[in-house]
Design a protein around this ligand. Structure first.
Ligand code: SER
Length: 873
């Protein structure tokens, strides 16, 4: 029987259908909300909440063919691809599941029957070996007594020493979540007498099916709690079982990979290749790339986009190893799509889009790859102790953009280690540097560190009474700040917002009946709010009772801009149809700036749609509410947060109706209506994959529109045009200008030709060498040079000095024909001129120039030069 991959998939599903399982579609590669996974890594992910008893499912027995990606977290096979014959980033997992229905006995019986029954996979029973978790007597007995497996073929696997529940036979999805003991089925590939180490040697034994008995929920590293229902989660890699049923020695030799690899060779016109590993890598990575992009993920510098970028870059580097010179990766997309029909037609419609995204990434990276590889290879050649220094790795990454993991990958091939400590040092150094650059209050006195904790009262108050707790003047802690002195005041509590989360600090006043301190800026320093400013009236002392009052007008404008920033992120997500990740922001009373990851141009129409949606939400006058929640709770409720930021256990949440939910410490408008009007004033890419939008709100937006209008009116006036005809008019002017430029060029050519002819007549001889010196009428450097070149061509051997007058200056240019420069040099003559007339300039032996003061006695200068020439010849 011919077991094609297609057939195996079908047989698996048919088997479980016959056994009353409901066939469920694969879930997306992007795990459901609130999951702690980056990508779906097992068939059971989509049922996570059902295993945990949080949700009830309409079916109790199901089977799936699940798209999986193992490129991070607990299950990461990326680095294995290319080295292992049985690992993939993307693969299909065949699985059957029971949610509180059947348990160990049935699960093992099903697996045994499907694998060994003559009507199904018909594998020889004597080739099967299983592992069982050490405490799981029940499974052991089922294998031994019910299935009749000899005890030599049932291996008990315990915990890793001192690590409860850390074992190859205690499966867990991630750091937390459903888990339980498992029994794994292996296929023997060799007849050697069994040793435990053989289980890790894929030439001898291949693990084909993992049957997990989900009984626990892992809460953290040390704690697991029993679940209300006992379930079954099984997983069998389609590609692996296919390798056994097709009797080949690698997943990469099965039908689908054979086809794919053939296409890669054909596309690149390759017949024989040295590196079959590279071909395997490319065929694995193109499948992963296609499936990730299909989930609307684009190459990026972080999160899922970064995984995609790593995969693509790794593949491109292997393309380079195969000697492929031109972009090729994107061309394989149709061949991948051909063999993955099972996952629906949707992907077929995305074919061109996927190709374009890959092509763009490929073109962008090729140059970096070439430069980086050249440098890395030359460094590798110099290595003596099998270790590459961290500085080079960091330089490659930081300056050239060559990814660290790619360097690692290449070093692995050359059996070279990277000096990781040195690399970490370099990375930390850079981090510290950029932190310092960011830290606007770096000049604050060190004494402020770890000092007073002030309470922020500014969410609900603009003005409160408080007590002066600390004062700093000239980098020193003092008891009193005197009249006119500049310094820092720290209060027990404050309505002033210290700059953070992109929102600038407040300004305002701190005062009592005798004194007034102007706060110019407010910053946060650890848990202290720092008011920076100057005493304008009287003086202030520690323990003085004061009133702190923020500039309310400014704060309102900042708040409106902050809320508008949240509306902007929402609108970007909606209009650009991408999960926009914030990369930075700046929110002041004047404008707002928002940086975000996005790989494409944003069209004028999209800008308009974004503005329209935001203004619509402003008009709806939606309530803006804040709250304080437990971080986990906030995450569960779908609040947006920064992946790389650490949060306190209690966080502030900010909700704008049902359109925006973010963790945010900033101050906000009460209703979206307060924003009034929103207008984008700037949109551009600021670095690869990151774009910046700047916008204004309220009166500033209106003013911006007015200014644009005024500008348009003025342009119309200047060009004697109107709104409708202005564009054609400008286009016409540009054409006219170009025509004029063209004819001007022609005229100049003619003038040069005429003048050159005239000048030829002025040539004299100095010891039989042509010498020309003349003032000319063209007052243009470029033309002057052009003329000297033409004259040189005409006279073959000689020296030319031309100049023109410009206000009270003279501009000289000197040319010497090539055949004379060994004795006479233009720059030497220029030096004489410079000395004579206080000039500046220089050049080469063939041509040089200078600008000088006005020269009254030009003949004298020329005579000097002539004499100098005579002496030289
Ligand atoms: N979840 C288990 C695994 O991934 C069985 O499906 O191995």
């Amino acid at each position: 029987m011919q077991y094609t991959t297609k057939k195996i998939r079908k047989m698996f599903l048919d088997f479980f259908k016959e056994n009353n399982h409901k066939i469920i579609e694969s879930s997306s590669l992007i795990p459901q909300k609130n999951s702690n996974l980056l990508f779906t890594n097992a068939g059971m992910n989509q049922f996570q909440n059902i295993f945990l008893g949080k949700e009830k499912y309409q079916f109790q027995k199901v089977a799936t063919v699940q798209k999986c990606l193992r490129t991070g977290g607990k299950h990461n096979d990326l680095e294995q691809v290319g080295y292992s014959q049985y690992h993939h980033t993307f693969f299909e997992m065949l699985g059957n599941f029971s949610f509180g229905d059947y348990f160990k006995k049935e699960a093992i019986l099903y697996a045994w029957k499907l694998l060994t029954d003559r009507n199904w996979f018909n594998l020889p029973k004597e080739k099967i070996l299983v592992t069982v978790y050490q405490d799981d007597n029940e499974s052991y007995n089922i294998w031994k007594n019910l299935i009749g497996l000899s005890v030599e073929n049932i291996i008990l696997i315990g915990n890793t020493p001192n690590n409860p529940y850390v074992s190859d036979n205690f499966w867990q999805m991630g750091e937390t979540g459903p888990c339980g003991p498992c029994t794994e089925i292996f296929f023997k590939k060799s007849n050697d007498i069994f040793k435990i180490s053989h289980l890790k040697d894929k030439k001898k034994y291949i693990e084909i099916w993992n049957i997990v008995f989900i009984q626990f929920n892992r809460i953290n590293q040390n704690k697991i709690i029993p679940l209300p229902i006992f379930s079954v989660d099984t997983g069998m890699g389609l590609e692996r079982i296919a390798s056994i049923l097709q009797n080949v020695n690698s997943n990469y030799e099965i039908d689908i990979f054979k086809e794919l690899k053939k296409s890669i060779l054909k596309i690149n016109n390759l017949k024989k290749i040295k590196h079959t590993k590279s071909l395997n890598v490319i065929s694995d990575h193109i499948r992963a790339s296609v499936f990730i992009i299909q989930e609307n993920i684009l190459p990026d510098n972080e999160h899922r986009g970064y995984v995609l970028r790593r995969i693509i870059r790794r593949a491109l580097r292997h393309g380079e190893k195969l000697g492929i010179k031109n972009p090729f990766f994107y061309k394989i997309v149709p061949d991948v799509i051909k063999c993955i029909k099972i996952f629906g037609e949707k992907i077929r419609f995305q074919q061109n889009n996927i190709k374009n995204i890959l092509k763009k990434e490929e073109l962008q990276f090729t140059k970096t790859l070439q430069t980086g590889l050249k440098l890395l290879k030359s460094e590798i050649k110099k290595i003596k102790n099998h270790q590459l220094d961290g500085k080079t790795v960091f330089y490659l990454y930081d300056t050239i953009g060559f990814p660290i993991d790619l360097t690692q990958d290449i070093c692995k091939e050359y059996q070279i280690n990277i000096n990781i400590n040195e690399l970490k040092n370099e990375i930390n150094k850079k981090k510290r540097q950029s932190k310092q650059n960011k830290n606007k209050i770096k000049n604050l006195p060190n004494v402020i560190q770890n000092t007073y904790t002030s309470t922020f009262k500014g969410y609900n108050h603009n003005k409160i009474t408080c007590i002066v707790k600390q004062i700093f003047v000239n980098q020193q802690a003092v008891n009193k700040i005197l009249p006119e002195e500049k310094g820092i005041i720290i209060l027990d509590r404050s309505p002033f917002y210290g700059e953070s989360g992109g929102q600038i600090g407040d300004s305002g006043i701190i005062y009592n009946s005798k004194s007034l301190f102007h706060v110019q800026n407010t910053q946060n320093y650890a848990t202290t709010i720092i008011h920076i400013g100057q005493i304008k009236i009287g003086s202030l002392e520690i323990n003085d009772l004061v009133t702190a009052h923020i500039d309310e007008k400014k704060r309102k404008l900042i708040q409106n801009n902050h809320s508008a920033t949240h509306l902007l992120q929402h609108a970007l997500n909606k209009i650009l149809k991408k999960n926009i990740i914030q990369k930075g922001s700046y929110i002041s009373e004047k404008y707002l700036r928002f940086d975000f990851s996005y790989n494409q141009e944003i069209s004028i129409k999209e800008i308009f749609c974004i503005e329209k949606l935001i203004n619509k939400n402003i008009q709806k006058n939606i309530n803006i509410c804040d709250d304080h929640l437990n971080f986990e709770e906030a995450k569960n409720q779908g609040y947006i947060f920064f992946q790389n930021k650490t949060y306190n256990s209690i966080v502030r949440t900010l909700k704008i109706g049902n359109i925006s939910k973010e963790l945010c410490k900033g101050t906000h408008a009460h209703n979206t209506g307060n924003i009034g009007l929103f207008k984008i004033i700037y949109e551009k890419s600021i670095s690869r994959g990151i774009r910046r939008i700047e916008a204004v709100t309220g009166k500033k937006a209106l003013k911006h529109i007015y200014n644009q209008y005024k500008k348009n009116i003025n342009i119309n006036k200047i060009l004697k045009s109107n709104h409708e005809s202005i564009i054609p008019k400008i286009k016409k002017l540009i054409i006219n200008y170009k025509n004029l430029e063209q004819s001007n060029k022609q005229l100049n050519k003619n003038i040069i030709a005429i003048q050159t002819k005239e000048l030829i007549n002025k040539i004299i001889q100095i010891k039989k060498i042509n010498f020309l010196n003349s003032e000319i009428k063209i007052k243009d450097r470029k033309l002057l040079k052009n003329m000297i070149d033409q004259l040189k061509n005409k006279i073959h051997t000689g020296i030319i000095i031309l100049f023109y007058k410009k206000i009270s200056k003279n501009i000289f240019m000197v040319g010497v024909t090539n055949n004379l420069t060994n004795i006479i040099q233009s720059n030497k003559i220029i030096e004489i001129i410079k000395k004579y007339a206080n000039g500046s300039g220089g050049g080469k032996a063939e041509i040089a120039e200078c600008i000088t003061e006005n020269i009254n006695n030009l003949d004298q200068l020329i005579n000097y030069i002539k004499k100098w020439i005579e002496l030289k010849i």
